[in-house]
Write a protein that binds this ligand. Structure first.
Ligand code: GLS
Length: 821
């Protein structure tokens, strides 16, 4: 094991610096009134250590000319930073004591912080976990993204319905970021392309743009855990390049003077609140290009600072990972730059791109596979469209035609351009053609990418498609969020498990140890007590920590099937009404989910859960055996409170639809037992924990395919299962919405006349059966404790450190700082 890094500050030094910052940076003397000022002073104190390490990190990589990974992502769900940074710098106890001596609990100081919610869901959180691991493992990495003024909307419930309000995460500044005016970039848009004949008969293309946007970088330091490294996440903010027209302003045309500025600033104003749907809006397209162009220019600038005009080392120094297709335009931007600005021959530029880009696919859902209209491309990025056509021509004539001569159908299927009433650019095809590796995010998903999504590409490029199973950082998702359990694990595991998660497997040998079981479960109980308080504060519902805490936290999506669990809750409620002595351990269903503002059915599902919750939670007839809570504004910070308290982890997507999932890993790591389908990473979790320690149910991917082939009819289930019929019919009454019959009908419609696209009804009976088995297991305290412990012990595979090592070994080929190689 690497030796621990020395504590950078003592408690006395830390306190002195906090007081200095309060004095000199904020001019605060009335501390008791101002935890916000204390938070800021603590962050600034931490930053003193962080920036020194950042300077050292940069110096090292410059001197050693380290190859870098450049992670391009439209989303980063960082959450709050303070607690994580304190843990990673080994300053947690120091800060806790220093802050206590000033009269504050450190937890109250954390509560003053805002989440950096610059992402939607799993894809954005994965990017955040990867940055943590890259810094922890001392790799030279830069994350590139957008400095959204508003991150993901805040969610409130008004009479059960989701209301969205803007996220103001940096209204009063963000202590973790620093502006870098020295690295500003200027980005052209619109305009036309001129062809100029050279003397040798070749043609030089010149793009005359119609507008220029200024890209201003903000750097957020990423602190490694017990490592030497601080990397950066560089986020681009858009501004007007000439600010506003001063003459116009002086002549009184105030509005006009501001309009160019407003237009430019709109680009980085908001995060599109969609997850796994193609937003399909011009502004989103411009966002994508803006951030890709800024990032490519920045990567080239960094390279040239070291290597000048010698391009021979570029592909040895730089690898770029595209987090989904969202940053695909980076490929065209690099091609354009090399050809138009550095006079590369087309073949050389293309070969270079094929050495530099790799692409991660995060979903098979057709609605998430991005397409942009050729007409839009032509208007906004005319030169890039020309380059895109040239790549497609090369690909179809030199590669597709060689393997499938004269096969026009195949050409049409694989072409980067989709023909039709409106010609569209298939961004995923561009990625696959131009990247040197394409990976899925869990084994089953990667297999489906090969067999179902891109089978022809897999034939054409036999070793290109691969798998890297996702992971999560154990620093945030165990050490920081579950301190009591962490301490217990520390007492049993010799090595630093937070850096070597496989070492947790040692704990498996205590799975049957009565004392350890008691300790483990009493920590779970304490966490449940805390969560029960939070639930009371945020929803007004009283829940008992002795009940099973059954958790489903993730974006709201039909394929994730929150409504399967909802239907089962209705069934349990019905059973309890029919027989108040119905044998079940009390259960609290805890939901957390945001629905995309334009996703009608998702919002109806939230409403229905809230309405049913109202009824059930206030029904004395069922003796509190069932409770349902929908916690508002699900986000990283709330996940950190829910996950340590979960007994059951609901991972119930339709098989083949959830690419991986990462909440499943976090919950199991904290000792929750999964009830789930054989989908995404559930499959690998089941392999690790063994069949006895997970509740698997439902149709497999092959079964689901067979259902479709045999002509799926949801009415077969409705007519043959009395419970399904009764529950669906219930939704048409006014039982849950007094005086308003039919208010919850949308769900029933989608499951019956809507064809039940996600095969809920086909899985219902087996899900109910698995739940009964789970209930039985929970009643056996020893058995359940054993299952919970085994789940924690066997999560070693799912650290994001392992994912990063897989990327490094199979794709990025990096060497860490201070390695002997
Ligand atoms: C997602 C998938 O839906 C998740 O299954 C996956 O865990 C995540 C990270 O790979 O990516 N794809 C997506 O568009 N949003 C996601 O959360």
């Amino acid at each position: 094991m690497a030796t621990a890094i020395k504590k950078p500050l003592t408690t006395a030094q830390f306190k002195k610096k906090v007081l200095q910052h309060l004095n000199f940076t904020s001019s605060q003397d009335d501390l008791a009134q101002n935890p916000t000022a204390v938070l800021k002073a603590v962050c600034l104190t931490v930053n003193e250590v962080v920036y020194e390490k950042l300077t050292e990190t940069n110096k090292y990589h410059k001197e050693h000319k380290s190859r870098s990974i450049n992670y391009l992502s439209l989303e980063y769900l960082m959450g709050r930073m303070l607690s994580n940074n304190l843990h990673n710098l080994d300053l947690f106890d120091v800060a806790q004591k220093a802050v206590a001596s000033l009269g504050f609990e450190i937890e109250d100081i954390f509560e003053e912080g805002h989440d950096l919610a610059l992402g939607n869901g799993g894809l954005g959180r994965l990017a955040a976990c990867f940055l943590d691991s890259l810094a922890t493992m001392d790799f030279n990495a830069v994350g590139y993204g957008i400095h959204y003024e508003h991150g993901l909307f805040k969610q409130q419930f008004h009479q059960g319905r989701q209301i969205e309000t803007p996220d103001e995460w940096r209204e009063y500044g963000n202590p973790w970021e620093v502006c870098r005016p020295e690295a500003v970039q200027y980005i052209p848009l619109f305009g036309h392309v001129e062809s100029i004949a050279n003397n040798d008969g070749s043609v030089k293309k010149v793009w005359h743009s119609g507008q220029t946007i200024k890209g201003v970088p903000w750097d957020v330091p990423i602190v490694g855990y017990n490592s030497k490294t601080v990397n950066v996440l560089r986020l681009w903010e858009s501004r007007a390049s000439s600010h506003f027209d001063w003459d116009q302003f002086n002549s009184g045309a105030y509005q006009d003077a501001h309009s160019a500025q407003n237009h430019a600033e709109t680009i980085s104003k908001v995060l599109y609140p969609n997850d796994e749907t193609d937003a399909g809006k011009e502004l989103r397209f411009i966002q994508q290009y803006f951030f890709c162009a800024c990032s490519i220019k920045d990567i080239i600038k960094r390279y040239q600072e070291q290597f000048g005009d010698d391009w021979s080392q570029f592909s040895k120094q730089v690898v770029i990972q595209l987090n989904d297709t969202h940053p695909t335009i980076a490929i065209l931007e690099l091609m354009r730059t090399l050809i138009d600005e550095y006079d590369f021959a087309w073949n050389d530029a293309f070969a270079m791109c094929r050495e530099i880009f790799a692409y991660t696919n995060h979903t098979l859902l057709p609605e998430a596979l991005e397409k942009w209209s050729v007409a839009l491309f032509d208007r906004v990025l005319p030169r890039h469209l020309e380059i895109l056509f040239s790549i497609n021509e090369f690909f179809l004539n030199e590669e597709v035609a060689k393997l499938w001569p004269n096969d026009h159908q195949m050409r049409g299927r694989l072409s980067i351009i989709e023909e039709g009433p409106e010609k569209m650019v298939r961004m995923a095809h561009l990625c696959v053609v131009t990247s040197f590796k394409v990976n899925g995010v869990a084994q089953i998903h990667s297999d489906l990418v090969k067999s179902d999504l891109f089978p022809e590409f897999n034939q054409l490029y036999p070793n290109k498609l691969t798998n890297v199973t996702n992971g999560v950082t154990p620093r945030r998702w165990l050490k920081a969020c579950n301190p009591e359990l962490s301490k217990l694990l520390d007492s049993k595991v010799k090595t630093d498990w937070a850096k070597n998660l496989s070492s947790l497997s040692t704990v498996a040998k205590f799975a049957d140890d009565e004392k350890f079981q008691q300790e483990f479960m009493s920590i779970k109980h304490n966490n449940k007590v805390k969560l029960a308080e939070e639930i009371l504060a945020s929803t007004g519902v009283v829940v008992s920590p002795d009940a099973i805490f059954d958790v489903q936290i993730k974006r709201l999506h039909e394929y994730k099937r929150q409504h399967l669990s909802f239907l089962h809750i209705l069934a349990l409620y019905r059973r309890l009404l029919a027989d108040p002595d119905y044998d079940m351990h009390p259960r609290v269903y805890i939901f957390g989910a945001k629905a995309a503002p334009g996703y009608y059915l998702a919002k109806e599902i939230i409403y229905a859960i809230n309405k049913v919750a109202d009824k059930i939670n206030n029904d004395d007839r069922i003796n509190g055996k069932l409770k349902v809570v929908f916690m508002p504004n699900y986000r990283v910070t709330l996940a950190e409170k829910i996950i340590p308290a979960a007994d059951v982890s609901e991972q119930i997507s339709t098989a083949g639809k959830e690419a991986s999932g990462t909440g499943n890993m976090k919950l199991a790591l904290n000792g929750a037992v999964t009830i789930g389908t054989l989908d995404g990473a559930n499959v690998e979790i089941a392999e690790e924990v063994g069949d006895d320690n997970i509740f698997i149910f439902g149709n497999t991917v092959d079964d689901i395919k067979a259902l479709a082939a045999n002509g799926y009819n949801p009415y077969d289930y409705y007519n043959n299962d009395e419970e399904i019929k009764a529950c669906l019919d219930w939704l048409h009454t006014d039982y849950f919405t007094p005086g308003k019959p039919g208010e919850l009908s949308a769900i029933a419609h989608s499951l019956l006349d809507g064809g039940d696209p996600y095969r809920l009804l086909a899985d219902f009976a087996d899900y109910a059966k698995a739940n009964t088995a789970l209930d039985q297991a929970y009643k056996d305290k020893t058995r359940w404790a054993r299952m919970a412990i085994i789940n924690t012990a066997k999560m070693g595979k799912f650290t994001s450190d392992r994912s990063i090592q897989d990327y490094v070994d199979n794709i990025w080929k990096l060497t860490p700082m201070n390695s002997k190689n």
